[in-house]
Structure formats: C-alpha cells, structure tokens
Ligand binder design. Structure first.
Ligand SMILES: [Zn+2]
Length: 367
C-alpha cells in the first residue's frame, strides 16, 4: 500500500513550500547579518522576522488553508525556519547592543586629566561680612542704616563733633586733606560725621548705625593701615541714659564675640561724648581664667578692647539744632579690622587689603 501522501495529487504548498521557506529564511538571515546597527536591525525585524508583511508571517497565514494531511508537516517546517531566524535576530540584537554601549562609553568618556575650564568661586571680603553682621544686630534693635561721603567737609568731620581747630587730631600728621587746602575737604577720619548728617537730616528720635570706610595718614604695617573700616551707632531720644548704652553694647558684644561674656566700661575721653568710656568685652578665649592662660587673644588681660562710647556731648547736639535740655543720646564706635583680627586670630592687617581671595574663602560667603 502506498502512503496516502503519495497517492494524492501533488499539492501546491504556496509560501509554505520547503524551497520557498528556505529562501525566505535565508533572506532573513542575510538581512540580519547585514544589519550594522540597532536601527538597521529594527528595520530588518519588521521586514523579515515578525512584521505583518514579513514573508514568514505571510506564509504562516496560509497554514490554515492547507489540506489537513499536509498541515502538520508544513507547520513544523515553518516553525523550524522561524525559530532559526528568531535565534539569529536575538543573537544579533545582543551583539549590536553591546557594540552600541561600548561606543557610548568611549564617546562620553571624561578625561579627568584635562584642565578644568571653570572659574573658581570667589568670596565676600571678611570685613564686609563682619560689617553686615554687626549692622544687622543694630537693625534688629530698630536702628536704620545711615551712610555718608568719604570725602567730607571739615565741619562735619571735626567742628560739629566738638573738635576745635586746635584739636590734635586735626593736624596734617593724622588727617589726609584734599587739595586745595582752602576747600576744607578731607578724607573722613571716622564715621562720626554720618551721625551729624543724620541728626541734621532726620526727624527725632534718631537711631542710626553707620558702617563705612575711613582714612588716616598712617603708613601700612602689621597693625596700621591708611584705610580702615568703622561701625558706629547713635541713639538720640528723650530720656536716654548710660543704662541704655550699656544694654545695647551687651547685645552687640555677644553678637560679635559670643554669648555669656561680660562687658565693662572704662572711663576715657572723646571730644564728642561726655562722659566717655572704652568698651571692654571679656576675652572669649580664656574668659579671664588664669588656668587657661597664657592667652594670645587678650595677652592675659582677660578683656578685649571692643570700641569707644559715651553720652553725646551737649555741644554736638546743639551744633545739630537739637535741644540738649530735652534730648540726650549715646554713641558707640569701633574699628572693624581690629575686631576681625581679634575674632579670627589674623596677625597682619595687610591681609585685609592684599585682595588675595584665598584669605577670604575660609570666612565663608555669608554672614
Ligand atoms: Zn584671653
């Protein structure tokens, strides 16, 4: 008995003919092998592997139309061809993905030996930071910030501040005058003229804090500079007493050197205040404790000189048209460089004017 297949008429297998299946598979394998990158492989997948119009996909649709006795055989042949193509596709996908990743690693490699094309961060000047911080202390107590010109008139700098023409501080030895001499102009020797300008221009009561740059005829060395920063405060109101001054300075001293430090006032003399005093703050390093000395911050004094102060002299109030019988006031002034040198253990005042950013960086960029 011949086999059933051999007795039937030859059947047209169409796209499922073994020869055509082999041809479609061979074309797919060749296209896969020829794909040079992932984009090309993606196109090959659509055209040859599982796209709607891929020959192998079209051939599978014809399976259902075959006579039953041919269907299994043709299905196996089709599966074998499809599996071979899929395996080739997956292998090529792995290969091309690895190649793409390797290329990205090369293309995006960072050469850490190249010089960095980036500007270094700058820093605010330590004196500006200190000035801002101390100004903020007074602003928090209700003071307004007042400023004035650095080229000042003699009257504001000296005369209105109760410094007569024969006052020693007015000699050319200490003061930088601006030519011509008859102009009466000079580089202000302190920020006190801003107090005068404030009293003349503002309604009473006056509470101002005056930070600014001042000038003296000094040669620069480790502890002297012809230009230096000051910060002053002035309060003029009814009923102001030394007790108000003392309380204000305690708040200020703690902001500058730290909390829990005592303050003391030592009698002194300034032409524009009466009585006058030097403000001392307990040394923040040794706190006056002999067991923690020798102390190079205070030279074993236990106290740090923080500035000069006093009750505003009635002559100064009168010069500004303020009635000393009704109003009284206090003033306080300090040198910023000296405070910063003490606070941060800076040995050379020149470091503040050299302009080397490396000096400023450790102070940070914020107050
Ligand atoms: Zn000390």
């Amino acid at each position: 008995m011949p086999a059933p297949n051999e007795t039937a008429d030859p059947v047209d297998l169409g796209a499922l003919d073994p020869g055509r299946l082999d041809g479609a598979a061979a074309a797919a394998l060749a296209a896969i092998a020829g794909a040079d990158d992932l984009a090309a492989l993606s196109a090959v997948r659509t055209a040859h592997v599982d796209g709607q119009q891929a020959p192998l996909m079209l051939a599978r649709r014809e399976l259902g139309a075959l006579p039953r006795e041919h269907r299994a055989e043709a299905g196996r042949a089709h599966n074998a061809a499809t599996a071979k193509v899929r395996a080739a596709y997956e292998a090529r996908l792995v290969e091309l993905t690895a190649r793409r990743d390797a290329e990205i690693l090369v293309a995006e490699r960072v050469d850490v030996t190249l010089p960095v094309d980036r500007r270094r961060r700058g820093a605010r000047h330590p004196l500006s930071l200190l000035s801002d911080r101390l100004t903020d202390v007074f602003v928090a107590m209700g003071y307004e910030v007042a400023e004035g010109p650095e080229v000042e008139h003699d009257w504001f700098n000296f005369e209105a501040l109760n410094m007569a023409p024969d006052h020693p501080a007015r000699s050319e030895h200490d003061t930088l005058y601006v030519e011509p001499a008859a102009s009466g102009r000079l580089l202000r020797t302190h920020t006190s003229p801003v107090q005068i300008r404030s009293l003349l221009s503002r309604p009473l009561p006056v509470y101002v804090v005056c930070p600014g740059r001042t000038y003296r005829n000094d040669t620069i060395d480790a502890t002297h500079s012809p230009v230096f920063g000051q910060l002053e405060c002035l309060a003029v109101d009814e009923g102001i007493t030394m007790a108000d001054l003392r309380g204000t300075l305690e708040v200020f001293a703690q902001a500058l050197f730290g909390s829990g430090l005592s303050t003391r006032l030592r009698p002194s003399f300034f032409p524009f205040t009466e009585p006058s005093a030097e403000l001392d703050v307990q040394c923040f390093a040794c706190r006056g404790d002999a067991a923690r000395q020798p102390c190079r911050v205070c030279s074993d004094e236990g106290w740090i000189e923080a500035g000069g102060c006093g009750m505003v002299d009635p002559n100064v109030l009168r010069a500004c048209g303020v009635d000393p019988a009704r109003y009284s006031g206090f003033a306080f002034g300090m040198g910023l460089e000296r405070a910063a040198m003490t606070r941060h253990d800076v040995r050379e005042i020149r470091d503040f004017v050299d302009g080397d950013v490396r000096f400023g960086l450790p102070f940070g960029s914020e107050g």
